[in-house]
Write a protein that binds this ligand. Structure first.
Ligand code: BG6
Length: 524
């Protein structure tokens, strides 16, 4: 499908328009797209929610969201007034026919005012609702004939997409009974992040890295998504989910796919997704007894973050006081193919860790022969490429260099590429990129049915084994610590260790390292 840079006329219908996601993410994203000139001239946003609200009250509610959460700060009144004239609201029961009849009327009106004889507007239905409502809403959209146009109607489904393989397959079945696959946009917001997309550019637009990107040169890969936040106000959802479902099945698996995939032939949506699917299919499932050996789960207890005392997970609102839900997960995965055989991929994610840091660390093999004298340094760490996803966005190449001075001494040095230094323009938020992609009809950065199911087929056996043997040591890491000891042991058993947290690029120019006193003795 040919993808246009700026989309044609579009109506975005948001189910759950009074909710948190719309308030914090979707509307600020649409507003920023508008400010940056990415939205089509002819666009409309129709918010739908169960509670009654006037158009004006709806706009005011959204403005507060923009003022508090937009990356470009408080809305300028003139800009807001130009933008908000495109916003309207409709109240009704998502699962009842009258709402969908009223929606059909509204869409007809919008088509009249935004379309013309040559171009009809695209209809995007964004389901910012609890997962239980996805089936009923899509069913009603189908009955009302609102998703019959396979080219011009699209449905965006938020995570969680199922809670195991069976429920995800059932949801896929339900969706594909009324929609064609290209109409379904399953969101994983990590795929909209600028640095995550840059992984493709880094790997496939440079000739330098691909020749060494395999088992002959890489020792292992670490993928870390560390958060300082706890479960905030989402205890009800999170206590039924846990870190493996909430983060690993989707975000971390997608990062792994981008690191491990083969070079694509083109940037077509299916080409990229086929290559990622190949990775998921090559991952060795962790089954039965190997679950204990290759996985770690943890739950935070009370502790300190940023010098503030914070409660333990079991003390959070809407969390069971004896909850066995994991807030930390670490896995060791193997990818059984020619490129990655015997190169472990270690994944870890957790809440209430000491730093917010999402990072991929590629650890290269040691040099095969140490030609330098002992005095050059008792040991020197192998090269690393650190891909910083957030909060700093950039890439670090970790090298060995000769210390200045008369003696041959080695010291590790870092070469940094920082997005904010290299490019003057600010990075768009993930939701900006993804919303624009939906309007443009580009599904490259969205999950296809088979990818979702392949990821669940790897995660479900772990969940089943964990559910069968409740942890006896929870909570097993204090808030503010680097996670449970068992996660350190997972790597220590292989003679490796996690890249310490934090390991971010410098925020300001580095001051040159002072050389140590010169070691007397011969130099080479
Ligand atoms: C969401 C999870 O998908 O991603 C949250 O449900 C998590 O629990 C969030 O906090 C992390 O996203 P980001 O963009 O802040 O790294």
């Amino acid at each position: 499908m040919e993808v246009q840079m700026k989309p044609g006329p579009a109506v975005t219908v948001i189910f759950g328009a009074a909710g948190d996601l719309t308030h914090r993410k979707l509307l600020p994203a649409l507003f920023n797209l508008f400010l940056d000139g990415w939205l089509p001239e002819r666009f409309a946003v129709l918010g739908i929610d169960q509670r009654e609200m006037s158009d004006d009250a709806f706009r005011e509610h959204l403005k507060q969201g923009v003022d508090s959460f937009s990356r470009s700060g408080k809305a300028d009144p003139k800009d807001w007034s130009r933008f908000s004239s495109h916003l309207t609201f409709l109240a009704g029961d998502f699962t009842a026919e009258p709402l969908h009849a009223a929606l059909a009327d509204r869409l007809n009106q919008a088509d009249q005012s935004l379309g013309d004889a040559t171009q009809k507007p695209v209809h995007v239905f964004y389901l910012a609702t609890p997962p239980t409502l996805v089936g009923p809403i899509v069913g009603h959209l189908g009955k009302a004939g609102l998703i019959a146009d396979r080219k011009l109607s699209r449905v965006v489904v938020e995570k969680p997409f199922g809670r195991d393989l069976d429920s995800a397959s059932a949801l896929n079945h339900l969706l594909t009974s009324v929609l064609s696959e290209p109409q379904i946009f399953r969101i994983d917001h990590y795929l909209g992040k600028e640095t995550v997309q840059n992984l493709l550019a880094f790997r496939f637009a440079n000739g330098l890295f691909e020749p060494v990107w395999d088992r002959r040169y890489i020792d292992h890969v670490q993928i870390t998504v560390a958060e300082t936040v706890g479960v905030e106000h989402r205890g009800g959802y999170y206590d039924q989910a846990g870190a493996l479902r909430d983060m690993v099945q989707n975000h971390l698996m997608q990062l792994l796919c981008l690191v491990a995939m083969e070079p694509p032939v083109s940037f077509g949506a299916d080409e990229i997704r086929n290559k990622k699917l190949d990775v998921l299919r090559a991952i060795r499932p962790i089954l039965g007894e190997s679950v204990d050996k290759n996985t770690v789960r943890g739950q935070y207890g009370p502790g300190r973050i940023d010098n503030q005392q914070v409660p333990g997970y079991r003390q959070e609102p809407d969390v069971a006081p004896d909850s066995a839900t994991e807030t930390y997960a670490a896995l060791k995965l193997g990818v059984d193919n020619w490129r990655w055989q015997d190169v472990p991929f270690y994944l870890r994610t957790g809440k209430r860790l000491p730093e917010q840091s999402s990072q991929i660390a590629i650890h290269f093999l040691r040099v095969p022969h140490r030609a330098f004298p002992e005095s050059a340094g008792p040991s020197w760490p192998p090269n690393q490429i650190l891909i910083h996803i957030q909060p700093e966005e950039g890439i670090t190449l970790r090298l060995q260099a000769k210390r200045p001075g008369p003696a041959m001494q080695l010291a590790p040095v870092d070469m940094h590429f920082l997005y904010k230094e290299a490019f003057q323009s600010p990075s768009p938020e993930a939701y900006e990129t993804l919303l624009l992609d939906v309007m443009r009809g580009d599904a490259t950065q969205f999950m296809r049915a088979d990818q979702v199911e392949a990821a669940w087929s790897l995660i479900t056996p772990i969940l089943t084994t964990w559910a069968a043997s409740k942890p006896t040591d929870f909570p097993n890491y204090p808030a503010g610590s680097a996670g449970p000891q068992a996660a350190e042991d997972l790597l220590a058993r292989d003679g490796r260790s996690w890249t310490p947290l934090p390991d971010a690029p410098p925020k300001s120019p580095q001051t040159p390292e002072q050389p140590p006193p010169a070691t007397p003795g011969p130099t080479s």
